[in-house]
Design a protein around this ligand. Sequence first.
Ligand code: MG
Length: 384
Amino acid sequence: MKNLAVLGSTGSIGQSTLEVVKHHPDRLRVVALAAGKNRDKFLEQCRIFRPEFISLATREDLQWVLDALDYQPRSAPSDEGLLHCVEAEGVNTVVSAIVGASGLRSTEKALRHGHRVCLANKESLVVGGTLILEALRQGQGELLPIDSEHAALHQLLHGKDMTTIRTIRLTASGGPFREWSLAQMKKATVQEAINHPTWKMGPKITIDSATLMNKGLEVIEACHLFGLTPEQIGVTIHPQSQVHAMIEMHDGSFQMQASANDMRLPIQYALLYPDQIPSPANVFSWDQPRTWDFHPPDLNRFPCLRLAYQSLCTGQSASIILNAANEESVNAFLKSHITFGLIAECNEAMLDTFPLQQPENIDHVLEIDKEVRLHTQKWLEAHR
Ligand code: MG
């Protein structure tokens, strides 16, 4: 039995995770649930799954939920609560689906405990990099990606001798601005950017998909997960989002993984690996005509993807800088404080000017992250 702590349970990945859990009551059980501010949704989830440990961002919201429940789970608020969820008795599998760098500490702790970590929080690997891999090695747990492209790669690379692999390739839908000109994109509104053509996701990752920063973060994530160099990882635009990744063997042949674009698939894969049993995901039908397109990304229109490669070649702290700057600039865009075009401009300015330093531990990572955010906020303030 997999006993789960689901961190970020009211977000898009968290909700899909709970649907998978409902589908496999004989294999999956919820022990701990943590979320941020959506207390109504959280209360509903607690009533259904009756977790033994719960956490929300604030003490007030947590008390509100506790007062409404007909049983008394143990509880703790905020970041401390996330760590308690990971350590709750019986937990052996952690779904890390908190948005942004704030998921880092709980991911690291879960790995040190030797748990299986199903990672939707790609920022943990982007900013934590080698430190996260060190926690994985020391705790001897498992790290399974929930990102659809990385779950696809995990399947494609399973059992393969890595020396037989020449390159890997992540696909990207291209987002809502795939065919827009640079001038059009610069003035894009929040409404236009939030309207993703193939995936339904939270606001931060949807904007990251529109700038292709999401793909950039995924390239960094793949480097760490599969021990590859930046030169070995390519990106291909594939608007239908049905081929999720490909691997190229040294002899020039390619293997691809395809499925319906339904996040419940990679989530179930990570939870139940190595078993691939029937899932609640939508059935992929070959009875209707289908066309798949593939083309190379345009780095002039999507500079954020170029920045991700640049940061990978510079070192760990460059990825921390890029990620923190991006979280702040996306946030400012979502509040309509800056234009869409300024997201990439801000990220590039921070990457070019913020001093590099090698992080020694997770505290140090979070310290750099905080400094970059303050610096970015000043830049954003000046460009409003
Ligand atoms: Mg993805």
